[in-house]
Design a protein around this ligand. Structure first.
Ligand SMILES: *Cc1c(COP(=O)(O)O)cnc(C)c1O
Length: 451
Protein backbone atom coordinates (compact mmCIF):
# COMPACT_ATOMS: atom_id res chain seq x y z
CA UNK A 1 0.00 0.00 0.00
CA UNK A 2 1.23 3.51 -0.85
CA UNK A 3 -0.50 6.27 1.09
CA UNK A 4 -3.64 4.18 1.45
CA UNK A 5 -3.84 2.83 -2.11
CA UNK A 6 -2.29 -0.03 -4.05
CA UNK A 7 0.11 0.77 -6.86
CA UNK A 8 -2.46 -0.54 -9.36
CA UNK A 9 -5.12 1.83 -8.09
CA UNK A 10 -2.64 4.73 -8.27
CA UNK A 11 -2.01 3.79 -11.90
CA UNK A 12 -5.75 3.74 -12.55
CA UNK A 13 -6.36 7.25 -11.16
CA UNK A 14 -2.97 8.78 -12.11
CA UNK A 15 -1.64 6.93 -15.18
CA UNK A 16 1.56 9.00 -15.48
CA UNK A 17 2.78 7.55 -12.17
CA UNK A 18 3.69 4.42 -14.13
CA UNK A 19 6.29 6.41 -16.12
CA UNK A 20 7.65 7.87 -12.90
CA UNK A 21 7.92 4.50 -11.15
CA UNK A 22 9.60 2.96 -14.21
CA UNK A 23 11.95 5.99 -14.42
CA UNK A 24 10.84 6.67 -18.01
CA UNK A 25 11.13 10.20 -19.34
CA UNK A 26 7.70 11.80 -19.26
CA UNK A 27 5.89 15.15 -19.34
CA UNK A 28 2.79 16.48 -17.63
CA UNK A 29 1.05 19.71 -18.52
CA UNK A 30 -1.17 20.81 -15.65
CA UNK A 31 -4.81 21.31 -16.74
CA UNK A 32 -5.40 23.28 -13.53
CA UNK A 33 -3.47 26.46 -14.37
CA UNK A 34 -5.11 29.87 -14.06
CA UNK A 35 -4.45 33.41 -15.32
CA UNK A 36 -1.59 35.11 -13.50
CA UNK A 37 -3.82 37.93 -12.23
CA UNK A 38 -5.80 35.34 -10.26
CA UNK A 39 -3.20 32.67 -9.44
CA UNK A 40 -0.54 35.11 -8.17
CA UNK A 41 -2.82 35.56 -5.14
CA UNK A 42 -2.00 31.97 -4.11
CA UNK A 43 1.61 32.80 -3.34
CA UNK A 44 1.17 35.02 -0.28
CA UNK A 45 3.98 37.30 -1.50
CA UNK A 46 3.72 40.33 -3.75
CA UNK A 47 5.60 42.50 -6.22
CA UNK A 48 6.43 44.77 -3.27
CA UNK A 49 8.23 41.90 -1.55
CA UNK A 50 10.33 41.28 -4.64
CA UNK A 51 11.07 45.01 -4.96
CA UNK A 52 12.16 45.02 -1.30
CA UNK A 53 14.56 42.12 -1.97
CA UNK A 54 15.90 43.88 -5.04
CA UNK A 55 16.50 47.09 -3.05
CA UNK A 56 18.32 45.10 -0.35
CA UNK A 57 20.64 43.57 -2.96
CA UNK A 58 21.30 47.08 -4.28
CA UNK A 59 22.20 48.26 -0.75
CA UNK A 60 24.70 45.43 -0.43
CA UNK A 61 26.18 45.92 -3.92
CA UNK A 62 29.03 48.22 -2.78
CA UNK A 63 30.01 45.64 -0.15
CA UNK A 64 29.84 42.76 -2.65
CA UNK A 65 31.93 44.70 -5.18
CA UNK A 66 34.56 45.23 -2.50
CA UNK A 67 34.86 41.68 -1.11
CA UNK A 68 34.32 39.86 -4.42
CA UNK A 69 36.37 41.86 -6.94
CA UNK A 70 35.04 39.71 -9.81
CA UNK A 71 31.73 41.54 -9.33
CA UNK A 72 33.25 45.03 -9.48
CA UNK A 73 32.52 45.26 -13.21
CA UNK A 74 28.80 44.90 -12.55
CA UNK A 75 28.92 47.24 -9.55
CA UNK A 76 28.49 44.38 -7.09
CA UNK A 77 25.40 43.03 -8.76
CA UNK A 78 25.43 39.21 -8.93
CA UNK A 79 23.99 38.58 -12.37
CA UNK A 80 24.50 36.34 -15.41
CA UNK A 81 24.23 36.93 -19.15
CA UNK A 82 21.79 35.54 -21.66
CA UNK A 83 23.00 34.19 -24.99
CA UNK A 84 21.35 32.76 -28.09
CA UNK A 85 21.62 29.01 -28.72
CA UNK A 86 21.53 28.94 -32.52
CA UNK A 87 24.08 26.16 -32.94
CA UNK A 88 22.59 24.04 -30.18
CA UNK A 89 19.10 24.42 -31.63
CA UNK A 90 20.39 23.25 -34.99
CA UNK A 91 22.21 20.34 -33.39
CA UNK A 92 19.01 19.27 -31.59
CA UNK A 93 17.03 19.34 -34.83
CA UNK A 94 19.61 17.13 -36.48
CA UNK A 95 20.08 14.76 -33.62
CA UNK A 96 16.42 14.21 -32.85
CA UNK A 97 15.14 14.61 -36.41
CA UNK A 98 12.63 17.27 -35.40
CA UNK A 99 11.75 20.75 -36.55
CA UNK A 100 11.98 23.31 -33.76
CA UNK A 101 10.21 26.59 -34.36
CA UNK A 102 10.99 29.59 -32.21
CA UNK A 103 14.33 30.74 -30.85
CA UNK A 104 16.33 29.16 -28.04
CA UNK A 105 18.31 31.18 -25.51
CA UNK A 106 20.45 30.29 -22.52
CA UNK A 107 20.42 31.98 -19.11
CA UNK A 108 23.91 31.38 -17.78
CA UNK A 109 23.41 31.16 -14.02
CA UNK A 110 26.04 28.45 -14.37
CA UNK A 111 28.47 31.35 -14.53
CA UNK A 112 27.10 33.54 -11.74
CA UNK A 113 29.95 35.03 -9.74
CA UNK A 114 30.91 33.82 -6.24
CA UNK A 115 29.42 30.33 -6.32
CA UNK A 116 28.78 29.40 -9.97
CA UNK A 117 25.16 28.30 -9.64
CA UNK A 118 21.61 29.58 -9.32
CA UNK A 119 22.12 29.34 -5.53
CA UNK A 120 24.18 32.53 -5.78
CA UNK A 121 20.75 34.21 -5.96
CA UNK A 122 18.63 32.81 -3.12
CA UNK A 123 21.38 31.53 -0.85
CA UNK A 124 23.43 34.70 -0.88
CA UNK A 125 20.32 36.87 -0.59
CA UNK A 126 19.18 35.14 2.59
CA UNK A 127 22.63 35.47 4.18
CA UNK A 128 22.68 39.19 3.35
CA UNK A 129 19.17 39.67 4.73
CA UNK A 130 20.21 37.97 7.97
CA UNK A 131 23.44 40.02 8.16
CA UNK A 132 21.44 43.22 7.72
CA UNK A 133 19.02 42.21 10.50
CA UNK A 134 21.89 41.39 12.85
CA UNK A 135 23.83 44.55 11.98
CA UNK A 136 20.81 46.81 12.44
CA UNK A 137 19.90 45.19 15.77
CA UNK A 138 23.54 45.36 16.92
CA UNK A 139 23.78 49.08 16.12
CA UNK A 140 26.44 48.46 13.49
CA UNK A 141 24.33 49.77 10.61
CA UNK A 142 21.79 52.53 10.29
CA UNK A 143 19.44 53.19 7.41
CA UNK A 144 21.28 55.06 4.65
CA UNK A 145 24.77 53.80 5.60
CA UNK A 146 27.23 52.65 2.94
CA UNK A 147 27.22 48.88 3.37
CA UNK A 148 30.83 48.66 2.12
CA UNK A 149 31.59 49.46 5.76
CA UNK A 150 30.62 45.87 6.60
CA UNK A 151 34.05 44.89 5.32
CA UNK A 152 35.56 45.72 8.70
CA UNK A 153 36.98 44.04 11.80
CA UNK A 154 34.13 45.49 13.83
CA UNK A 155 31.49 43.86 11.60
CA UNK A 156 33.31 40.54 11.47
CA UNK A 157 33.58 40.60 15.27
CA UNK A 158 29.82 41.05 15.57
CA UNK A 159 29.01 38.31 13.04
CA UNK A 160 31.58 35.87 14.44
CA UNK A 161 29.40 35.38 17.51
CA UNK A 162 26.63 34.10 15.25
CA UNK A 163 26.10 30.86 13.36
CA UNK A 164 24.37 30.08 10.12
CA UNK A 165 23.38 26.47 9.40
CA UNK A 166 22.03 24.85 6.26
CA UNK A 167 21.39 21.39 4.85
CA UNK A 168 22.47 21.04 1.26
CA UNK A 169 23.35 18.66 -1.55
CA UNK A 170 26.20 21.03 -2.41
CA UNK A 171 25.51 24.23 -4.28
CA UNK A 172 23.36 25.90 -1.63
CA UNK A 173 26.03 25.08 0.92
CA UNK A 174 28.68 26.65 -1.32
CA UNK A 175 26.73 29.90 -1.70
CA UNK A 176 25.84 30.22 1.96
CA UNK A 177 29.24 29.03 3.13
CA UNK A 178 31.24 31.43 0.99
CA UNK A 179 28.99 34.44 1.65
CA UNK A 180 28.50 33.70 5.35
CA UNK A 181 32.18 33.11 6.10
CA UNK A 182 33.20 36.21 4.14
CA UNK A 183 30.93 38.32 6.35
CA UNK A 184 32.46 36.65 9.41
CA UNK A 185 29.70 34.23 10.47
CA UNK A 186 30.42 30.69 11.67
CA UNK A 187 28.80 28.56 9.00
CA UNK A 188 27.80 24.91 9.40
CA UNK A 189 26.79 22.98 6.28
CA UNK A 190 25.08 19.61 6.67
CA UNK A 191 25.64 17.40 3.65
CA UNK A 192 24.42 14.02 2.55
CA UNK A 193 27.02 11.35 1.83
CA UNK A 194 26.79 11.71 -1.94
CA UNK A 195 27.87 15.37 -1.98
CA UNK A 196 30.94 15.98 -4.18
CA UNK A 197 34.30 15.97 -2.48
CA UNK A 198 35.45 19.15 -4.24
CA UNK A 199 32.48 21.06 -2.80
CA UNK A 200 33.30 19.90 0.73
CA UNK A 201 36.98 20.78 0.20
CA UNK A 202 36.14 24.22 -1.12
CA UNK A 203 33.88 24.95 1.84
CA UNK A 204 36.48 23.82 4.35
CA UNK A 205 39.05 26.06 2.66
CA UNK A 206 36.70 28.95 3.46
CA UNK A 207 36.64 27.96 7.13
CA UNK A 208 33.17 26.44 6.94
CA UNK A 209 32.28 23.46 9.15
CA UNK A 210 31.06 20.63 6.94
CA UNK A 211 29.04 17.93 8.71
CA UNK A 212 28.86 14.78 6.63
CA UNK A 213 25.85 12.55 7.14
CA UNK A 214 27.53 9.36 6.03
CA UNK A 215 24.62 7.05 6.49
CA UNK A 216 22.23 8.80 4.21
CA UNK A 217 22.15 9.87 0.60
CA UNK A 218 18.87 11.54 1.47
CA UNK A 219 19.20 15.26 1.48
CA UNK A 220 15.97 15.68 3.53
CA UNK A 221 17.62 13.84 6.42
CA UNK A 222 20.63 16.18 6.32
CA UNK A 223 18.25 19.15 6.33
CA UNK A 224 16.26 17.75 9.26
CA UNK A 225 19.43 17.15 11.24
CA UNK A 226 20.66 20.68 10.53
CA UNK A 227 17.31 22.10 11.60
CA UNK A 228 17.33 20.09 14.83
CA UNK A 229 20.79 21.30 15.84
CA UNK A 230 20.04 24.90 14.93
CA UNK A 231 16.76 24.89 16.87
CA UNK A 232 18.68 24.09 20.03
CA UNK A 233 21.01 27.10 19.60
CA UNK A 234 19.57 30.64 19.80
CA UNK A 235 22.67 32.15 18.15
CA UNK A 236 22.13 29.98 15.07
CA UNK A 237 20.10 31.01 12.03
CA UNK A 238 18.88 28.00 10.07
CA UNK A 239 18.35 28.48 6.34
CA UNK A 240 15.39 26.34 5.44
CA UNK A 241 15.65 25.27 1.80
CA UNK A 242 12.20 23.66 1.98
CA UNK A 243 10.18 26.61 3.28
CA UNK A 244 12.16 29.87 3.26
CA UNK A 245 10.40 32.86 1.70
CA UNK A 246 13.69 34.80 1.82
CA UNK A 247 15.40 32.29 -0.44
CA UNK A 248 12.37 32.39 -2.71
CA UNK A 249 12.46 36.19 -2.97
CA UNK A 250 16.19 36.21 -3.67
CA UNK A 251 15.52 34.01 -6.69
CA UNK A 252 12.53 36.07 -7.79
CA UNK A 253 14.67 39.18 -8.35
CA UNK A 254 16.16 37.42 -11.40
CA UNK A 255 13.03 38.11 -13.43
CA UNK A 256 13.10 41.92 -13.62
CA UNK A 257 16.76 41.72 -14.61
CA UNK A 258 16.00 39.14 -17.28
CA UNK A 259 13.25 41.41 -18.57
CA UNK A 260 15.78 44.20 -19.07
CA UNK A 261 18.27 41.82 -20.73
CA UNK A 262 15.68 40.51 -23.20
CA UNK A 263 14.56 44.05 -24.01
CA UNK A 264 18.10 45.20 -24.71
CA UNK A 265 18.68 42.11 -26.89
CA UNK A 266 15.60 43.13 -28.89
CA UNK A 267 13.58 40.08 -27.83
CA UNK A 268 9.88 40.91 -27.68
CA UNK A 269 7.70 39.14 -25.10
CA UNK A 270 3.92 39.45 -25.32
CA UNK A 271 0.96 37.18 -26.04
CA UNK A 272 1.92 36.96 -29.71
CA UNK A 273 5.57 36.36 -28.79
CA UNK A 274 5.37 33.98 -25.83
CA UNK A 275 8.36 33.27 -23.61
CA UNK A 276 8.91 29.69 -22.42
CA UNK A 277 11.30 29.20 -19.52
CA UNK A 278 12.65 25.76 -18.59
CA UNK A 279 13.85 25.49 -15.01
CA UNK A 280 15.66 22.53 -13.39
CA UNK A 281 13.85 21.71 -10.14
CA UNK A 282 15.21 20.17 -6.95
CA UNK A 283 13.25 21.07 -3.83
CA UNK A 284 11.60 23.86 -5.82
CA UNK A 285 12.67 27.12 -4.18
CA UNK A 286 15.02 28.23 -6.96
CA UNK A 287 12.80 27.53 -9.94
CA UNK A 288 9.69 28.46 -7.96
CA UNK A 289 11.08 31.84 -6.96
CA UNK A 290 12.30 32.60 -10.46
CA UNK A 291 8.93 31.57 -11.92
CA UNK A 292 7.08 33.75 -9.40
CA UNK A 293 9.18 36.73 -10.49
CA UNK A 294 8.60 35.86 -14.14
CA UNK A 295 4.81 35.75 -13.73
CA UNK A 296 4.95 39.16 -12.00
CA UNK A 297 7.14 40.54 -14.78
CA UNK A 298 5.48 39.03 -17.86
CA UNK A 299 2.05 37.82 -16.72
CA UNK A 300 0.44 35.26 -19.01
CA UNK A 301 2.99 35.85 -21.79
CA UNK A 302 5.49 33.70 -19.91
CA UNK A 303 5.12 29.92 -19.62
CA UNK A 304 7.21 28.23 -16.93
CA UNK A 305 8.04 24.53 -17.10
CA UNK A 306 10.00 22.56 -14.47
CA UNK A 307 12.50 19.81 -15.33
CA UNK A 308 13.48 16.97 -12.97
CA UNK A 309 15.62 13.80 -13.17
CA UNK A 310 13.72 10.58 -13.91
CA UNK A 311 14.98 9.24 -10.57
CA UNK A 312 13.90 12.30 -8.51
CA UNK A 313 10.58 13.60 -9.90
CA UNK A 314 9.41 14.96 -6.55
CA UNK A 315 7.65 18.12 -7.71
CA UNK A 316 5.86 16.42 -10.60
CA UNK A 317 4.71 13.66 -8.24
CA UNK A 318 3.61 16.10 -5.53
CA UNK A 319 1.62 18.40 -7.78
CA UNK A 320 0.20 15.64 -10.01
CA UNK A 321 -1.15 13.69 -7.03
CA UNK A 322 -2.08 16.84 -5.09
CA UNK A 323 -0.19 15.38 -2.12
CA UNK A 324 2.71 17.88 -2.33
CA UNK A 325 5.16 17.33 0.54
CA UNK A 326 3.06 14.49 1.96
CA UNK A 327 4.50 12.19 -0.70
CA UNK A 328 8.10 11.33 -1.54
CA UNK A 329 9.49 9.55 -4.59
CA UNK A 330 10.78 6.86 -2.21
CA UNK A 331 7.16 6.11 -1.20
CA UNK A 332 6.75 4.83 -4.76
CA UNK A 333 10.03 2.92 -4.72
CA UNK A 334 11.85 5.50 -6.85
CA UNK A 335 15.48 5.60 -5.65
CA UNK A 336 16.34 9.33 -5.86
CA UNK A 337 19.79 8.51 -7.22
CA UNK A 338 20.94 10.85 -9.98
CA UNK A 339 24.10 12.52 -11.28
CA UNK A 340 22.22 15.81 -11.30
CA UNK A 341 23.55 17.62 -8.21
CA UNK A 342 20.99 19.86 -6.64
CA UNK A 343 18.14 17.90 -8.20
CA UNK A 344 18.49 14.72 -6.10
CA UNK A 345 15.53 15.59 -3.90
CA UNK A 346 12.88 13.03 -2.95
CA UNK A 347 10.31 15.34 -1.37
CA UNK A 348 9.41 18.72 -2.84
CA UNK A 349 8.82 21.94 -0.93
CA UNK A 350 5.17 21.99 0.09
CA UNK A 351 5.23 25.77 0.14
CA UNK A 352 6.40 26.05 -3.48
CA UNK A 353 4.24 23.20 -4.81
CA UNK A 354 1.06 24.68 -3.40
CA UNK A 355 1.86 28.35 -3.98
CA UNK A 356 2.91 27.88 -7.59
CA UNK A 357 0.75 25.05 -8.91
CA UNK A 358 -1.70 27.26 -10.82
CA UNK A 359 1.17 29.33 -12.28
CA UNK A 360 3.33 26.54 -13.74
CA UNK A 361 2.37 25.14 -17.14
CA UNK A 362 4.11 21.81 -16.84
CA UNK A 363 6.72 19.42 -15.54
CA UNK A 364 8.87 16.82 -17.26
CA UNK A 365 11.57 14.32 -16.42
CA UNK A 366 14.97 13.71 -18.04
CA UNK A 367 17.25 10.69 -17.63
CA UNK A 368 20.86 11.06 -16.52
CA UNK A 369 21.92 9.63 -19.89
CA UNK A 370 20.06 12.41 -21.69
CA UNK A 371 21.69 14.99 -19.42
CA UNK A 372 25.16 13.66 -20.22
CA UNK A 373 24.43 13.56 -23.95
CA UNK A 374 23.12 17.12 -23.91
CA UNK A 375 26.15 18.19 -21.87
CA UNK A 376 28.39 17.00 -24.71
CA UNK A 377 26.16 18.51 -27.41
CA UNK A 378 26.14 21.86 -25.58
CA UNK A 379 29.92 21.88 -25.39
CA UNK A 380 30.33 20.80 -29.02
CA UNK A 381 27.85 23.27 -30.47
CA UNK A 382 28.18 26.29 -28.17
CA UNK A 383 31.43 25.77 -26.30
CA UNK A 384 29.57 26.12 -22.99
CA UNK A 385 30.45 23.68 -20.19
CA UNK A 386 27.67 22.95 -17.71
CA UNK A 387 27.12 20.45 -14.91
CA UNK A 388 24.59 17.67 -15.66
CA UNK A 389 21.67 19.26 -13.77
CA UNK A 390 22.01 22.45 -15.78
CA UNK A 391 21.10 20.64 -19.00
CA UNK A 392 17.68 19.59 -17.74
CA UNK A 393 16.02 22.59 -19.37
CA UNK A 394 17.30 21.83 -22.86
CA UNK A 395 14.68 19.21 -23.90
CA UNK A 396 11.87 21.52 -22.77
CA UNK A 397 11.27 22.97 -26.24
CA UNK A 398 10.77 19.46 -27.64
CA UNK A 399 8.38 18.53 -24.85
CA UNK A 400 6.23 21.61 -25.45
CA UNK A 401 6.21 21.38 -29.24
CA UNK A 402 5.64 17.61 -29.18
CA UNK A 403 3.06 17.27 -26.41
CA UNK A 404 -0.26 15.54 -27.07
CA UNK A 405 -2.13 16.54 -23.91
CA UNK A 406 -4.00 19.49 -25.39
CA UNK A 407 -1.80 21.95 -23.54
CA UNK A 408 -0.90 24.25 -26.41
CA UNK A 409 -4.55 24.73 -27.40
CA UNK A 410 -5.60 25.22 -23.78
CA UNK A 411 -2.89 27.86 -23.30
CA UNK A 412 -4.03 29.66 -26.46
CA UNK A 413 -0.72 29.06 -28.24
CA UNK A 414 -1.35 29.41 -31.98
CA UNK A 415 1.05 28.14 -34.66
CA UNK A 416 1.75 31.78 -35.44
CA UNK A 417 2.71 32.65 -31.86
CA UNK A 418 4.80 29.48 -31.50
CA UNK A 419 6.75 30.41 -34.61
CA UNK A 420 7.82 33.63 -32.90
CA UNK A 421 8.29 32.22 -29.41
CA UNK A 422 11.43 32.45 -27.27
CA UNK A 423 12.55 29.33 -25.39
CA UNK A 424 14.90 30.13 -22.53
CA UNK A 425 16.91 27.31 -20.98
CA UNK A 426 17.93 28.16 -17.41
CA UNK A 427 21.47 26.79 -16.96
CA UNK A 428 21.75 26.45 -13.21
CA UNK A 429 25.36 25.45 -12.57
CA UNK A 430 28.73 24.34 -13.84
CA UNK A 431 31.44 26.99 -13.95
CA UNK A 432 33.03 25.89 -10.67
CA UNK A 433 33.27 22.19 -11.54
CA UNK A 434 37.00 21.29 -11.41
CA UNK A 435 38.51 20.75 -14.90
CA UNK A 436 39.15 17.03 -14.30
CA UNK A 437 35.54 16.40 -13.34
CA UNK A 438 34.30 18.37 -16.33
CA UNK A 439 36.54 16.28 -18.57
CA UNK A 440 34.99 13.13 -17.16
CA UNK A 441 31.45 14.51 -17.71
CA UNK A 442 32.28 15.35 -21.32
CA UNK A 443 33.87 11.95 -21.97
CA UNK A 444 30.76 10.24 -20.63
CA UNK A 445 28.47 12.39 -22.77
CA UNK A 446 30.51 11.87 -25.93
CA UNK A 447 30.61 8.12 -25.39
CA UNK A 448 26.82 8.05 -25.01
CA UNK A 449 26.39 10.08 -28.21
CA UNK A 450 28.24 7.37 -30.10
CA UNK A 451 25.94 4.59 -28.89
C1 LIG B 1 19.70 23.77 -6.36
C2 LIG B 1 19.85 23.61 -7.79
C3 LIG B 1 18.73 23.57 -8.64
C4 LIG B 1 17.30 23.64 -8.17
O1 LIG B 1 16.98 24.49 -7.11
P1 LIG B 1 15.92 24.03 -6.01
O2 LIG B 1 15.68 25.25 -5.22
O3 LIG B 1 16.53 22.95 -5.20
O4 LIG B 1 14.72 23.52 -6.74
C5 LIG B 1 18.98 23.41 -9.97
N1 LIG B 1 20.22 23.28 -10.48
C6 LIG B 1 21.30 23.33 -9.69
C7 LIG B 1 22.66 23.19 -10.31
C8 LIG B 1 21.15 23.49 -8.32
O5 LIG B 1 22.24 23.51 -7.54
Amino acid sequence: MILGKTLESWYATHPLIRDLVECQETSWFNPGTAPAADALQDVGLTADDVADASARLARFAPYIARVFPETAGSGGMIESDIRPLRALQQALCQQYGVELNGTMWLKTDSHLPISGSIKARGGIYEVLKHAEDVALAGGLLRAGDDYAGLDSEQARALFSGRKIAVGSTGNLGLSIGIMGSTLGFQVIVHMSADARQWKKDKLRSHGVTVVEHEHTSDYSVAVAEGRRQADADPTCHFIDDENSTNLFLGYAVAAERLKAQLASAGVVVDNEHPLFVYLPCGVGGGPGGVAFGLKLAFGDAVHCVFAEPTHSPCMLLGVYTGLHDEVSVQDFGIDNVTAADGLAVGRASGFVGKAMQRLLDGYYTVSDESLYRLLAVMEQSEGVCLEPSALAGVPGIMRVLGEQQGYRARAGLSAQSLAQATHLVWATGGSMVPPDEMKAYLAKGRALLET
